[in-house]
Design a binder for this molecule. Sequence first.
Ligand SMILES: [Cu+2]
Length: 146
Amino acid sequence: MNKAGLALWLGALAALPGLALAGTPPGITAQNAWVRYLLPDLPAGVYLTLPNKGDTPAMLTGATSPACSMLMLHQSMDSSGTSTMMNVSAIPIPAHGALALAEGSYHLMCMDPKMRVGGQIPLTLEFKDGATLPLTAQVYGPSGPP
Ligand SMILES: [Cu+2]
């Protein structure tokens, strides 16, 4: 590479500060990820804990997995004794706190699940700032983890 080429290349790098945000979110990890798999025709709930050791709050905005046609952000609600779920567009993770995706609360919903009990599925969480966090979830049956 000649000098002009190098200068061009460095200039291009400097012009990409937005891309520096992509990658894993600082301070956020995924723990105890698992799926409750019922039947191929039924959506499967995905549960995990996301501690945020960082100084800035984060916003979970989506998730993808090759094992699901779609992964939705859901919130379980109790209304007059009946449990219902609604879509949410984002779930906050407080700084120096944690987000628990758990039964009866926020969770991910895997549509058209392609998995087997005892197996594992790969997932990628997406955050508002463009960061992504890959993880692996353990697949359990209707009764969940032992
Ligand atoms: Cu749900």
